[in-house]
Design a protein. Structure first.
Length: 78
């Protein structure tokens, strides 16, 4: 079945559905797959992101591999 045929079949089947709840679920599913999803951030979230970027530039971070080693050492000490 080609993409065109599949789309046509789905449209046809959706037209037959009268269940609003089910249609809303389909809508949610389609929206979650949208390639142009826009994330709206609050000013506080934007500030936190900018602060994190500054901290990374200044070297204030720990590599994941170092954290893993530390956790492994801690776990074997017990």
């Amino acid at each position: 079945m080609t993409t065109f045929e599949l789309k046509k079949l789905l449209i046809s089947r959706i037209k037959e559905i009268d269940d609003t709840s089910f249609l809303n679920e389909i809508k949610s599913l389609l929206e979650s797959k949208s390639s142009e999803k826009i994330l709206v951030l609050t000013s506080e979230q934007k500030n936190e992101i900018n602060q994190s970027k500054r901290e990374i530039k200044e070297g204030h971070f720990i590599e994941q591999s170092e954290i893993d080693k530390s956790v492994k050492r801690w776990a074997t000490e017990k």
